[in-house]
Ligand binder design. Structure first.
Ligand code: CMC
Length: 427
């Protein structure tokens, strides 16, 4: 069969070069320029990788124009409605949803692996009380690699799965410990009688002995509706194709480093406010705006090219239509409005921003829609989760995506060390 190709002509020399056009199962075609430097002696230039695909993948598909997101072919709307976060983890790792028996076994394994080695527990004492949980989390995950040296050389499927189950199950414990350390309050050990999400909420809130009525935030018990909301948030964060932190994870994977060190690097990359840190910044910004009357002035600032101020939770590199995850969270907010008492001043400010921005030519012409981070903060605030834990919650959800992409990279026999070149302009 004839291959589709593209011919590029150097207008200075008249030389022409032909490149294959690769077809994916979904999404745009890809021009294969792997031999470009060898052919032409030139590099391609694409800062921010706006036109570059750096790998083959079967994990997640995004159509930014249509606002479509799929994990292993299944639409995110279906997963958020019909499946739990753990089912989603199984799907990402195994390329299919689990049977009832498989889910039972997977859940049990995740519960039993959630404890941390006592040595790791002591590490938290080395950090100052006011350390940001993201910094502690990243350091603790690097430290976790020291307990599992055998995860560097893996070939068998069971070894990949054991390594990934371990990190997925320990991440909520590490995140909760990082939070409790930041408050100077004693750690709560995981409870194997509790499911993934309820266990995390318990480790965040309970006092030693598991007495919920004494918990720091005054909650008497963890409501099912809270577990469902957080579980959905985890599912929506589970993977997102080749975003900045995943690209970092794959980059570290390409050097042959330990998988947990790659995850720790992903955590660091996620922390920035242009990426996962936006969820914390959204609420900080809503608090800074202070009241509905001030919204208009801040919208003007966001539009001013001479002002660095940006509306946090708006815009996305890939979505040029509504972020489908944001759509799901917006309807979850509406559904949970009464049950979670979401009608706060922050919610009113958020609604006003949304209303103005969705009708303002500056935002409309640049396709700046609210993204996932615009809505998570309001729900997480209603769950009594402090701002500093918003990005760690993103980490808990995304761990499965990072590790799935790490495994995919490792299994890809054509993968190479990540080593881009540059346009040198120095002396
Ligand atoms: N507020 C005001 N103007 C904006 C915003 C915003 N939030 N986002 C983009 N713009 C403007 C930007 O100034 C530029 O305008 P002009 O063409 O006049 O120079 C235009 O829109 C394109 O922006 P860009 O920075 O070139 O777009 P990008 O694709 O490189 O950046 C982004 C995407 C997400 C980093 C950016 O939209 C942003 O900083 N948003 C706020 C932070 C945020 O919410 N991040 C979370 C992303 S979703 C979760 C995740 O995946 O991590």
């Amino acid at each position: 069969m004839k291959k589709n190709t593209m011919t590029l002509t150097n207008n200075m020399t008249g030389d022409s070069y032909e490149y294959n056009i690769l077809e994916g199962t979904r999404g745009p075609s890809v021009l294969d320029v792997r031999t470009f430097f060898a052919d032409t002696g030139m590099f391609t230039y694409d800062p921010g990788f706006t036109s570059t695909s750096a790998c083959e993948s079967t994990v997640t598909f995004i159509d930014g124009g249509k606002g479509e997101l799929r994990y292993r072919g299944i639409a995110i709307e279906d997963l958020a409605k019909n499946n739990t976060y753990l089912e989603t983890c199984f799907l990402l790792l195994n390329k299919r949803l689990p049977s009832k028996e498989e889910l039972y076994a997977f859940d049990l394994e995740i519960r039993h692996r959630s404890f941390l080695h006592e040595g790791l527990r002591h590490l938290f004492n080395a950090f100052p009380d006011n350390a940001h949980p993201m910094a502690t989390l990243s350091a603790a995950v690097t430290a976790l690699s020291t307990f599992y040296n055998d995860h560097i050389e893996m070939n068998k499927e069971e070894e990949f799965l054991e390594m990934s189950h371990r990190i997925i199950s320990k991440m909520p414990t590490i995140a909760a410990f990082a939070y409790r350390h930041s408050l100077g309050i004693p750690f709560i050990q995981p409870d194997i009688d509790l499911g993934f999400t309820k266990n995390f909420l318990t480790m965040m809130r309970a006092y030693p002995g598991g007495k919920m009525h004494l918990c720091p935030n005054g909650h008497e018990e963890i409501k099912n509706v809270e577990v469902r909301a957080l579980d959905t948030i985890f599912t929506l964060h589970a993977d997102h194709e080749q975003n900045a932190s995943t690209t970092v994870v794959r980059g570290v994977a390409s050097t042959g480093a330990h998988p947990y060190v790659a995850i720790s690097s992903g955590i660091s990359a996620l922390w920035g406010r242009a990426h996962g840190g936006a969820n914390e910044s959204v609420i900080a910004q809503l608090e800074y705006i202070g009241s509905v009357e001030n919204v208009e002035a801040f919208i003007q600032r966001a539009k001013d090219p001479d002002d660095d101020f940006r509306l946090m939770g708006f815009g996305h590199r890939v979505y040029k239509n509504f972020d489908p995850r944001a759509k799901i969270l917006k309807s979850l907010q509406d559904e949970l409005r009464e049950e979670l008492n979401l009608d706060t001043e922050l919610m009113a400010i958020a609604r006003k921003i949304e209303e103005i921005a969705l009708n303002d030519d500056y935002f409309v012409s640049r396709n700046l829609y609210p993204n996932i981070d615009f809505y998570t903060g309001i729900i997480l605030t209603a769950l009594q989760i402090p701002k500093s834990m918003f990005t760690p919650i993103f980490v808990i959800g995304r761990t499965v995506g990072w590790i799935t992409q790490w495994i995919e990279f490792k299994k890809d026999k054509t993968s190479k060390i990540a080593r881009p070149r540059q346009l040198y302009l120095g002396d």
